[in-house]
Design a protein around this ligand. Structure first.
Ligand SMILES: [Zn+2]
Length: 751
């Protein structure tokens, strides 16, 4: 795993290799593997024992790069295990998903984990294969899934050739994998465990569950409690039955299985008419508390409030329930009124705690049809520039601190390589959806590229889990994911829209995902921890579509369009793109040439506190010539009469700042024309200023230009317009960064 050369280049090569391998493998589609391709039981046993010791060495050696491939898409099984017909290994055909069939096998080696959890398995005829389960959370241990001697079912198995010439039963959808309990009647006799502990009492199995619970082994605890619930002689609805449900609710809650936790907790409630004792009250409060906590974690604050109130009806003095009710009511108030304290939120967001305890405020927006663009987000009331449009808690945000080891996701379907958080994001979302059908429905409703047909949005529960299509989950994440800074937008060094930056956090914000793109966005989002704060950039009327920006305006039109086609599968037809498309070819070429010249000029002649007063006249003249030259490329002129001319901005700002020692009126004109090039039309009449931002673009240059213009106006003694420009600068800063903290430090004080 050498990383001395460009890692992206290595992954490109890996991607190409994988694609070549996929193509080769297709030649085998539908065929049985040759004897040469098959491995013996002994060979597999050796292979896995070697892999296990190598793995130990690798992990002890420190960081490792985990690369994961997303291969060709196929759907998950949506039929229950009981309806599937068994198939032996020898009947499996290569590169084929065996619809309607189930493979029942037993592991016979030590499991390992590289990019998937793998083990060697045998079936009832004694044939062997490798089995690999993908897309599991990194916290899942190999022994949790495929321990030695486990009997497991693979629904609708997919048999594949691997890059190293081996054969593998590959499970991409975790819901296609079912661990079978000893004694299950679908286990063939030859695979049945030698000894099954029969006749264990529910009480003794419950004790095993409690032991696991105390050790934080939540999954194991759930299995024990479930076994106990199925034990012979257990009285339904009795005390023990309720205790098992209540305890299992606690374990489900820890694992994020919120809906199961709520169902278990509520099943455990003892009706007062059955038992009104103090002991019964205590356990009821415990159950209601768990149901409330699970509802809270799901963001269902109304339900959470109901459960905490019920707990307090049983015991008005219950401290924890009281505290939770107060916390829940705060969330409900945020949801209803959006009354956030943004500076306090910004203070509370840290690298260690980027996930904030707040609710979303979405009332000013609604999702509706946006004609040809599919669905879109619309304002439900009139909003002014700077007003909060919505505030949203991430459905799922993954931060670099979560991923630990370097990881890379190589997607053969989209030709895309993502380093860092995207692979963990995929596993986290899959895990969340597997266990929470209501949340799964919300996520699966997002745009998926349209390649997943009728299964979209079903979130079917089969054999206790949602049948999650991991390819669809990834496609939705590709189309709807946001890159966000580690902690907040004001942390400049870590923010930005950089792609393939493994330091960037990534996440899914459901409501924001419905907002369509425009280069002339009318709303902009900032991040505070895992909260997205979206503000209006112009006057919005109720019913107006809210448009955000997927790709920045810094890129020239053709580059923007190409990136949007690649990433989002559409082309922008905003007023700016329409105008840019009409610019004659020679002017486009001239602008591209001037852009390169301007970049070189600006990096050779930076302006700082020392150099700004001593810029030679010849340089100033060169700067002005570049500005005039690039402005002429916005041609024909009337096309851009009301539109930004973005390539004039950086050089315009340089020209303005380098001329600061000149006559105030000239300088004001220069800064106002930078604002005009950003789409802010400022008219100053006497002591008043009006600012038309109907097609304005938001970027730090606009803040700089407004601050300079404000200061020049103040120096001229024109205080009214000076304040108006200072206020514009602050407005824009807050829209970009969520709070005004840091504004003075970066842009100085307003006039
Ligand atoms: Zn556009």
């Amino acid at each position: 795993m050498a990383d001395d050369s460009d890692p992206l280049k290595q992954y490109r090569a890996l991607l190409e290799k994988q694609k070549g391998q996929l193509k080769n493998a297709k030649a085998y589609k539908g065929q049985k593997p040759s004897a040469l391709m098959r491995r013996s039981r002994w060979e597999l046993k050796q292979e896995f024992s070697l892999a296990a010791s190598e793995m130990r060495g690798l992990w002890q050696g420190g960081r490792m790069v985990l690369s994961s491939f997303i291969g060709e898409a196929y759907p998950p099984c949506t039929r229950p295990l009981s309806s599937l017909v068994p198939i032996p290994i020898r009947d499996l055909a290569l590169e084929t998903q065996h619809r309607g069939r189930v493979l029942i096998v037993k592991t016979f080696a030590e499991p390992n984990r590289m990019t998937s959890i793998q083990n060697a398995v045998e079936d009832e005829l004694g044939d062997v294969a490798r089995l690999a389960i993908y897309n599991l959370l990194p916290t899942v241990a190999p022994d949790d899934i495929l321990p030695l001697g486990a009997v497991v079912a693979v629904k609708e198995p997919y048999y594949k050739c691997t890059a190293d010439g081996g054969l593998i039963v590959r499970v991409d959808h975790p819901s296609d994998f079912v661990a079978l309990k000893p004694g299950s009647n679908i286990i063939p006799p030859r695979l049945a465990p030698d000894t099954i502990e029969l006749g264990l009492s529910a009480l003794s199995i419950k004790e095993d569950g409690n032991t696991a619970f105390k050790r934080n082994e939540w999954q194991l605890a759930i299995e024990h409690y479930s076994d106990a619930l199925e034990a012979d002689g257990l009285e339904g609805n009795g005390d023990l039955w309720r205790t098992l449900h209540r305890n299992r609710a606690g374990a489900h809650l820890r694992l994020g299985h919120y809906e199961l936790a709520i169902a278990d907790a509520l099943a455990a409630i003892i009706p007062a008419e059955d038992d009104a004792s103090e002991a019964a009250k205590d356990v009821n409060i415990k159950a209601l508390y768990r149901a409330g906590r699970a509802a809270y974690e799901m963001g269902d604050f109304l339900q959470a409030k109901q459960h905490f109130k019920q707990a307090l009806e049983v015991d008005t003095n219950h401290r924890e329930a009281r505290a939770e009710l107060i916390r829940t009511e705060k969330r409900l108030a945020e949801q209803e009124n959006g009354g956030y304290n943004f500076p306090a939120m910004a203070k509370s967001a840290t690298k260690q705690h980027p996930r904030l305890d707040h609710a979303s405020f979405l009332k000013n927006t609604e999702i509706a049809s946006a004609g040809q663009r599919g669905r879109g987000l619309f304002a439900t009331k009139d909003l002014k520039p700077g007003d909060v449009v919505f505030v949203e808690k991430a459905f799922q945000a993954t931060h670099p601190k979560d991923s630990g080891d370097m990881s890379v996701l190589i997607n053969v379907n989209t030709d895309r390589i993502s380093m860092g958080t995207p692979s963990l994001r995929l596993y986290s979302i899959v895990d969340k959806l597997l266990w929470n059908p209501t949340l799964a429905k919300k996520y699966l409703d997002l745009f998926d590229g349209g390649k997943f047909g009728s299964s979209k949005g079903d979130a079917e529960v089969v054999d206790g889990k949602v049948a999650v299509d991991t390819f669809q989950v990834q496609s939705i994440a590709d189309f709807n994911g946001f890159s966000c800074p580690r902690v907040k937008s004001s942390d400049k060094e870590e923010g930005g829209e950089k792609h393939n930056d493994y330091k960037t956090s990534t996440g899914i914000w459901l409501q924001a995902s419905y907002a369509n793109h425009s280069c002339l966005q009318n709303a902009a989002g900032a991040f505070i921890g895992d909260m997205m704060v979206v503000r209006a950039l112009r006057d919005l009327r109720a019913g107006d579509e809210i448009l955000m920006r997927y790709v920045g305006p810094i890129e020239p039109c053709a580059g923007r369009q190409k990136r949007m086609r690649n990433l989002y599968d559409f082309e922008c037809d905003c007023a700016l793109c329409q105008a840019e498309a009409k610019v004659p070819g020679p002017a486009v070429e001239k602008r591209a040439r001037l852009r390169r010249e301007i970049d070189a000029f600006l990096s050779a002649n930076p302006l700082d506190d020392d150099t700004v007063w001593t810029v030679p006249a010849a340089k100033k003249a060169k700067g002005r010539r570049l500005l005039e030259g690039v402005r002429e490329t916005y041609h024909p002129e009337e096309l851009f009469r009301r539109l930004p001319r973005f390539d004039c901005v950086t050089i315009g700002l340089w020209v303005g700042v380098s001329a600061l020692a000149g006559r105030p009126n000239d300088e004001l004109g220069r800064f106002l024309s930078v604002l005009r090039d950003m789409g802010y039309f400022v008219a100053i009449q006497g002591g008043n200023a009006t600012i038309d931002r109907g097609s304005a673009i938001i970027a730090p240059s606009a803040i700089h230009a407004a601050m300079y213009a404000g200061r020049v106006l103040a120096a001229m003694g024109n205080q009214g317009p000076a304040s108006a420009l200072g206020a514009l600068a602050r407005d824009l800063y807050i829209a970009m960064f969520g709070v005004d903290e840091g504004f003075e430090a970066e842009f100085g004080s307003a006039a």
